[in-house]
Ligand binder design. Sequence first.
Ligand code: IDC
Length: 369
Amino acid sequence: MKRPASIMLAAVLLLALAACGGGTPGEDTGEPSAVPSDTTPSDEAPPDVIPTPQDEEPADSVSDPAGIVSAHGQLRVEGADLVDRDGNPYQLRGMSTHGIQWFPQFVNESAVKELRDDWNTNVFRLAMYTGDGEGYTDATKERIEQYVDDGIQICLDLDMYCIIDWHILQDKTPLLKKEDAIEFFDKFSKKYGDRENILYEICNEPNPPATWKDDIKPYAEEIIPVIRQNAPDAVIIVGTAQWSQLIEEPKNDPLDADNIMYTLHFYAATHKDWLRDSLKRCRQAEFPVFVTEFGMCSASGNGANDFEEAEKWLGLLDEYNISYVNWAFADKNEAVCALNPGASPTGGWAESDLNEGGVWIRNRFRSKE
Ligand code: IDC
């Protein structure tokens, strides 16, 4: 796995050039903006007018769990694979919330049950923005943590896997809110460390100027032991530089820890062969990758969907048994959100309730065994 530093540097530069394509973050051709014009929650309904989930069924009403976590148990990482308790490669597929602080109404038991039973998914990602909009602050954290906790409870009740996502984006480096992250992950891993359902994603998308070596790796080296102390067996997923695209940096300079996977994110209309080639090299090196977020449109969250590229991606991930989670399960008016504005938060979605991408991804999930 080791390569000379000069080759690594050249490869990283090439990757960065290929990824940016001359565009700057926020342009439709490039990356999600670290400071997007529509970041403020104003178009996402301020939290105090968002109803708290009311339509949850009581936990004991779920009489027929699909036998997901009870069948597959504690997941772990073996080589490049995520495997189940029997050591068989196991692929997680599912949806991610949008910012849970802005769209908590979509985190309710009947919606997630429909994602499980009708969309054929086995994991639900709870994305909690830490820096964008109002972010995670002393003033907001109690409320936001409650949403995360509610989401975990729903996944436990539904016998599904669940990813807790510390969704850095505008905050660029995970070091910025490291102390908050320590407190947050300590709290949740203490409460749920004995549950097999939960995977911990410790930093969504570090982005420039944050680097693997100076920001992400030292951050991970502090956060992982905090989680491990309470949840010794949990799989931990670590973000990578350049909006979780530079997966070959940790491939060449991995963390000294077990049961770790590294994040790759792609948006099919933006990220194509060069990033798939990078993934193939990771696979050849037995380096464990988890796609905790992808979209069929551009990285801006809008623009045309590229289903041809998306199918190339998902075909490859299926071939490798790499897990993937689609962004985003919400009704915001953007290509990347699966539900049309005004769709019911509690399920019963007809095709007319889904946008083009939503219809496609639901069919894609349904097509799996
Ligand atoms: C986008 C949301 C959009 C929001 C913006 C900034 O879809 O509504 O205004 O974030 O908060 C990512 C990020 C993810 C982005 C998504 C689409 O992880 O937070 O969501 N994206 O731009 N990486 C690449 C694309």
